[in-house]
Design a protein around this ligand. Structure first.
Ligand SMILES: *[C@@H]1O[C@H](CO)[C@@H](O)[C@H](O)[C@H]1NC(C)=O
Ligand SMILES: *[C@@H]1O[C@H](CO)[C@@H](O)[C@H](O)[C@H]1NC(C)=O
Ligand SMILES: *[C@@H]1O[C@H](CO)[C@@H](O)[C@H](O)[C@H]1NC(C)=O
Ligand SMILES: *[C@@H]1O[C@H](CO)[C@@H](O)[C@H](O)[C@H]1NC(C)=O
Ligand SMILES: *[C@@H]1O[C@H](CO)[C@@H](O)[C@H](O)[C@H]1NC(C)=O
Length: 598
């Protein structure tokens, strides 16, 4: 008020000279204002330095990759950017900026919950109660991790000790970040972030690049994404780790070494990709690396994705089952066509899972690679639905599908072994998501039936939990022996706190809107929590097929995905459907949530 009063006489003046001066003045103000406005919208284009480091605060996640790219500030100790590249890339593939005026949108993924009226009061009350119960279990496990095994890879849930499993950098700590945020444990989240910032991703012995990518890199990126890209120290950390992982691609054919010794690499040793590798480890980094390029503008990561995608796509139709890649591959000679074992399970799973999901993440950026991913998805899912699924014979004749493995010398000699793994339970969710993404109703149907297959196994196993590996009898072969009704043979009766079944049940709920899936989830949760609970947290089970509960044995193990995935999906299925909507987020194979920029 005070200054406004002072300026009033000037504004009212009709003197021509003042008015001219005034208009010149206001033009100047306008120019400065416009300049500031532009600067505000495009902060990076106006910074004269060629490589600005990552700023400490940013309002929200960028819609297009920052240009010029952000880089990790120089630091003491090992800096991967200073390690000489033996096989430099001449020209990096680039994520294109958003296509101007492009109104193309992905089809709607989630069921139209709002269109079905409001939720009945009793359902919403029950939902909140169930959600609170899941949160309490998470909180308990987290507290024990913090008091007993802080910053180590895993808590030992029976003895209260710790375990080093993935580099010793704190796998559970990093893997849990976005769940902490979602469950509104903000204090714990802040504390965890401070601890994460102290991690030194220094090379130790041989690491599994795949596990390091999905648990650590994915964990860091998702934490940054869920907090709307506010704490850029997390992006900085992700880029530091990304720089290290990227060095595993420095081979003559630019394919990654998936079991990799970063220490030797940092000493400049010659390195070659493995001649005996597995498809999941070659092809499951596209979401994490693409997101890292989208957030930093550094295209090296995306370039690595493109190189592998080109190989996958080029060889996809030349394998023994065209459309599918075998589990075992030769990355050194770059031959993915020879293997005879095919499956959607262990060692293959996320290679297939990431086809549709990478399509989804790339779609918004208008990348030309999008069609390549769609083609790969179509080819793979068409072959998978023909060869890798079967209807089992169940005591109650329920019509479900089970995902299995095959051996194939050629297309006319495909032999299914009717085995299945808890790991393959993600397949239901994959077909459901793909069915929506590519508007294929038969995939929706398949997705539901595969999900229901795992649900059946949970509901009919003696303790309400599906075992790790089993075989089922095919529908058209009656009279075969069974170890337990519906379970022909259980070769591995452990339950390792795995998420894949609840993951697909979550997709089924969000995509079909069928509230039955919430009840199914609750039953699963109660069985798991009751059977796995220990003094400190929750433990893996050695023999879930025991009918006598007192004979069920626990193991002193709790992998980081218990907090990162299993409890996250249990919590999300009881959340309002708008929370982490599948139309706004894509979940990695470690359940890390990446923002879809649309
Ligand atoms: C992990 O366990 C070892 C003993 O097995 C102990 O020396 C170490 O302090 C523990 N680390 C943490 C972080 O608790
Ligand atoms: C592979 O074969 C399918 C079916 O014949 C075809 O639609 C697809 O385009 C082929 N993919 C490539 C990469 O050639
Ligand atoms: C759905 O996918 C199957 C292959 O998995 C294909 O045969 C069918 O034509 C597709 N349907 C639609 C509507 O695209
Ligand atoms: C929609 O609402 C009706 C009752 O209003 C309910 O019976 C039905 O199950 C709901 N459908 C879904 C898919 O939620
Ligand atoms: C369950 O197993 C325990 C220990 O082996 C045994 O004492 C008990 O009698 C068994 N209960 C039943 C119902 O078989």
């Amino acid at each position: 008020m005070y200054s406004a009063k002072g300026s009033l006489p000037v504004l009212r003046s009709r003197s021509p000279s003042i008015s001219r001066r005034q208009s010149r003045w206001s033009v100047l103000v306008l120019i400065v204002f416009a300049f500031l406005l532009v600067l505000n919208y495009f902060p990076f284009r106006f910074i004269p330095l060629p490589y600005p480091s990552i700023p400490t605060q940013r309002g929200s996640c960028p819609a297009t990759p920052p240009r010029p790219s952000l880089t990790v500030p120089a630091r003491q100790g090992l800096d991967w950017r200073n390690i000489k590249t033996r096989y430099p890339v001449e020209k990096y593939a680039k994520l294109p900026g958003k296509r101007r005026g492009s109104k193309e949108r992905l089809p709607r993924i989630q069921y139209d919950f709002e269109g079905n009226g409001t939720e009945a009061l009793y359902r919403s009350t029950m939902r909140s109660r169930r959600q609170a119960a899941v949160r309490a279990v998470f909180k308990r496990s987290w507290r024990s991790y913090k008091s007993q095994a802080w910053k180590s890879d895993e808590l030992r849930p029976i003895s209260g000790g710790n375990k080093t499993s993935f580099g010793g950098w704190g796998a559970t700590l990093v893997d849990s970040l976005d769940t902490l945020w979602l469950l509104d444990m903000k204090e714990e989240f802040e504390e965890a972030v401070e601890a994460v910032l102290e991690i030194d991703f220094n090379p130790t012995g041989t690491i599994n690049v795949f596990e390091t990518t999905i648990r650590y890199l994915g964990g860091l990126l998702a934490a940054y994404d869920v907090m709307d890209c506010k704490d850029t120290r997390l992006l900085d950390k992700a880029a530091q780790l990304g720089n290290m992982l990227y060095a595993s691609f420095d081979t003559p054919n630019r394919m990654p070494i998936t079991r990799w010794d970063p220490l030797r690499a940092s000493q400049g040793e010659e390195q070659l990709a493995a001649s005996s590798a597995i498809i999941a480890e070659l092809a499951s980094f596209s979401l994490e690396f693409t997101r890292l390029s989208q957030l930093t503008g550094d295209m090296r990561y995306y370039d690595a994705v493109v190189r592998v995608a080109d190989v996958l796509s080029e060889q996809q139709n030349r394998t023994r089952i065209p459309g599918l890649w075998p589990v075992g591959i030769d990355v050194r000679q770059l031959d993915l066509t020879q293997g005879t074992r095919f499956s959607l399970g262990a060692m293959a799973d996320s290679a297939y899972e990431y086809l549709g999901k990478t399509y989804q993440l790339l779609h918004a950026s208008g990348s030309p690679l999008v069609e390549q991913y769609q083609k790969m998805y179509d080819g793979a899912m068409s072959a998978a639905s023909q060869h890798l699924l079967f209807r089992p014979r169940l005591p109650d004749n329920t019509d479900v599908l089970i995902s299995t493995g095959v051996n194939a010398e050629s297309l006319d000699k495909v032999v299914q072994d009717y085995s299945t793994q808890h790991l393959t339970c993600f397949v239901g969710g994959m077909f459901l998501l793909g069915g929506r993404l590519f508007s294929n109703s038969s995939h929706l149907e398949i997705g539901r039936k595969v999900t229901d297959g795992c649900v059946w196994a949970y509901q009919h196993a003696p303790q309400g939990i599906m075992p790790e590996t089993l075989t089922m009898n095919p529908f058209d072969e009656a009279g075969r022996e069974q170890q337990y009704p519906g379970f022909a043979h259980v070769s591995d009766a452990r339950y390792l706190l795995r998420p894949e079944a609840i993951e697909s049940v979550f997709y089924a709920y969000r995509i079909t809107g069928d509230p039955q899936y919430q009840d199914i989830a609750w039953e699963m949760f109660e069985s798991i929590e009751t059977l796995t609970r220990t003094e400190y947290a929750n433990a893996a089970i050695r023999n879930v097929m025991k009918e006598n509960r007192t004979e069920v044995e626990k193991m002193d193990e709790m992998e980081s995905f218990w907090l990162a995935e299993t409890l996250k999906y249990f919590w999300l299925i009881f959340a309002e459907p708008g929370v982490m909507s599948l139309d706004d987020w894509v979940f990695s194979t470690e359940a890390h949530a990446f923002r879809l920029v649309v």
